[in-house]
Design a protein. Sequence first.
Length: 152
Amino acid sequence: MTAKTAERLSEKTNRQRWLAVLARASRDEVAAIAGTELPRHDILKAPETGTVMVEGRAGGAGRRFNLGEATVTRCIVRLDDGAMGFAYALGRDARKARLAAILDAQLQAEAPGSVLHRAIEDLADRQRAARDLASRKAAATKVDFFTLVRGA
Protein backbone atom coordinates (compact mmCIF):
# COMPACT_ATOMS: atom_id res chain seq x y z
CA MET A 1 0.00 0.00 0.00
CA THR A 2 1.41 3.37 -0.96
CA ALA A 3 1.62 6.29 1.46
CA LYS A 4 -0.98 8.18 -0.56
CA THR A 5 -3.43 5.26 -0.40
CA ALA A 6 -2.87 4.88 3.34
CA GLU A 7 -3.47 8.62 3.85
CA ARG A 8 -6.70 8.49 1.83
CA LEU A 9 -7.94 5.47 3.78
CA SER A 10 -7.18 7.13 7.11
CA GLU A 11 -9.17 10.25 6.29
CA LYS A 12 -12.73 10.08 7.56
CA THR A 13 -15.65 11.81 5.99
CA ASN A 14 -17.93 13.95 8.13
CA ARG A 15 -20.58 11.25 7.94
CA GLN A 16 -18.16 8.57 9.14
CA ARG A 17 -17.25 10.83 12.07
CA TRP A 18 -20.83 11.44 13.21
CA LEU A 19 -21.78 7.78 12.75
CA ALA A 20 -18.81 6.79 14.94
CA VAL A 21 -19.82 9.34 17.59
CA LEU A 22 -23.42 8.07 17.57
CA ALA A 23 -22.26 4.45 17.77
CA ARG A 24 -20.13 5.18 20.86
CA ALA A 25 -22.84 7.26 22.57
CA SER A 26 -25.30 5.94 25.12
CA ARG A 27 -29.02 5.76 24.34
CA ASP A 28 -29.67 8.73 26.63
CA GLU A 29 -27.09 10.86 24.81
CA VAL A 30 -28.56 9.97 21.41
CA ALA A 31 -32.10 10.61 22.68
CA ALA A 32 -31.06 14.01 24.05
CA ILE A 33 -29.75 15.06 20.64
CA ALA A 34 -32.76 13.65 18.78
CA GLY A 35 -35.21 15.50 21.02
CA THR A 36 -38.78 14.57 21.79
CA GLU A 37 -40.39 15.31 18.41
CA LEU A 38 -38.97 12.99 15.79
CA PRO A 39 -39.39 13.82 12.11
CA ARG A 40 -41.82 11.72 10.07
CA HIS A 41 -40.01 8.70 8.72
CA ASP A 42 -40.50 5.25 7.25
CA ILE A 43 -38.61 2.31 8.70
CA LEU A 44 -37.02 0.53 5.74
CA LYS A 45 -35.29 -2.09 7.85
CA ALA A 46 -36.68 -2.42 11.36
CA PRO A 47 -34.11 -2.64 14.16
CA GLU A 48 -32.74 -6.16 14.10
CA THR A 49 -30.10 -7.76 16.24
CA GLY A 50 -27.32 -10.00 14.98
CA THR A 51 -23.68 -10.76 15.60
CA VAL A 52 -20.45 -9.63 14.00
CA MET A 53 -16.97 -11.10 14.30
CA VAL A 54 -14.57 -8.86 16.19
CA GLU A 55 -10.95 -8.96 15.08
CA GLY A 56 -7.97 -8.10 17.20
CA ARG A 57 -4.32 -7.49 16.46
CA ALA A 58 -1.46 -8.80 18.53
CA GLY A 59 0.14 -5.79 20.19
CA GLY A 60 -2.30 -3.47 18.40
CA ALA A 61 -0.40 -3.67 15.11
CA GLY A 62 0.51 -7.33 14.63
CA ARG A 63 -1.25 -10.15 12.86
CA ARG A 64 -5.03 -10.25 12.93
CA PHE A 65 -6.94 -12.85 14.88
CA ASN A 66 -10.62 -13.48 15.60
CA LEU A 67 -11.27 -12.16 19.08
CA GLY A 68 -14.89 -13.24 19.32
CA GLU A 69 -18.41 -12.20 18.41
CA ALA A 70 -20.28 -9.06 19.41
CA THR A 71 -24.01 -8.39 19.34
CA VAL A 72 -25.08 -5.40 17.22
CA THR A 73 -28.42 -3.89 16.26
CA ARG A 74 -28.94 -2.13 12.93
CA CYS A 75 -31.72 0.02 11.54
CA ILE A 76 -32.42 1.87 8.26
CA VAL A 77 -34.93 4.71 7.95
CA ARG A 78 -36.04 7.14 5.25
CA LEU A 79 -37.31 10.62 6.11
CA ASP A 80 -40.20 12.20 4.22
CA ASP A 81 -37.70 14.32 2.24
CA GLY A 82 -36.07 11.11 0.92
CA ALA A 83 -32.91 11.16 3.05
CA MET A 84 -31.91 7.69 4.23
CA GLY A 85 -30.25 7.06 7.56
CA PHE A 86 -28.32 4.01 8.71
CA ALA A 87 -27.14 3.03 12.16
CA TYR A 88 -25.40 0.20 13.96
CA ALA A 89 -25.43 0.05 17.74
CA LEU A 90 -23.41 -2.31 19.90
CA GLY A 91 -25.74 -4.52 21.91
CA ARG A 92 -29.50 -5.05 21.64
CA ASP A 93 -30.73 -1.46 21.95
CA ALA A 94 -33.30 -1.13 19.15
CA ARG A 95 -34.38 2.37 20.23
CA LYS A 96 -30.83 3.70 20.11
CA ALA A 97 -30.31 2.21 16.62
CA ARG A 98 -33.55 3.80 15.35
CA LEU A 99 -32.77 7.21 16.84
CA ALA A 100 -29.22 7.13 15.49
CA ALA A 101 -30.53 6.25 12.00
CA ILE A 102 -32.95 9.19 12.15
CA LEU A 103 -30.13 11.51 13.22
CA ASP A 104 -27.93 10.22 10.40
CA ALA A 105 -30.64 11.08 7.86
CA GLN A 106 -31.17 14.52 9.41
CA LEU A 107 -27.45 15.31 9.56
CA GLN A 108 -27.06 14.62 5.85
CA ALA A 109 -29.49 17.43 5.05
CA GLU A 110 -28.20 19.87 7.66
CA ALA A 111 -25.56 22.45 6.83
CA PRO A 112 -22.26 22.12 8.71
CA GLY A 113 -22.38 24.35 11.77
CA SER A 114 -26.09 23.77 12.35
CA VAL A 115 -27.45 23.08 15.83
CA LEU A 116 -27.52 19.34 15.15
CA HIS A 117 -23.90 19.29 13.90
CA ARG A 118 -22.77 21.31 16.93
CA ALA A 119 -24.53 18.84 19.26
CA ILE A 120 -22.63 15.97 17.61
CA GLU A 121 -19.33 17.87 17.92
CA ASP A 122 -20.01 18.56 21.61
CA LEU A 123 -20.68 14.87 22.16
CA ALA A 124 -17.48 13.98 20.27
CA ASP A 125 -15.53 16.38 22.51
CA ARG A 126 -16.98 14.77 25.65
CA GLN A 127 -16.11 11.29 24.32
CA ARG A 128 -12.56 12.44 23.50
CA ALA A 129 -12.13 13.94 26.99
CA ALA A 130 -13.35 10.72 28.63
CA ARG A 131 -10.93 8.68 26.49
CA ASP A 132 -8.03 11.00 27.39
CA LEU A 133 -8.85 10.79 31.09
CA ALA A 134 -8.93 6.98 30.95
CA SER A 135 -5.57 6.99 29.12
CA ARG A 136 -4.01 9.29 31.72
CA LYS A 137 -5.31 7.11 34.57
CA ALA A 138 -3.88 4.00 32.91
CA ALA A 139 -0.55 5.72 32.23
CA ALA A 140 -0.28 6.73 35.90
CA THR A 141 -0.22 3.07 36.91
CA LYS A 142 2.32 2.02 34.30
CA VAL A 143 5.36 0.20 35.62
CA ASP A 144 8.57 0.09 33.63
CA PHE A 145 10.44 -3.14 34.14
CA PHE A 146 14.07 -3.43 33.22
CA THR A 147 16.78 -5.98 33.67
CA LEU A 148 19.74 -5.24 35.86
CA VAL A 149 22.99 -6.84 34.93
CA ARG A 150 24.67 -8.10 38.07
CA GLY A 151 28.36 -8.06 38.22
CA ALA A 152 30.16 -6.87 35.20
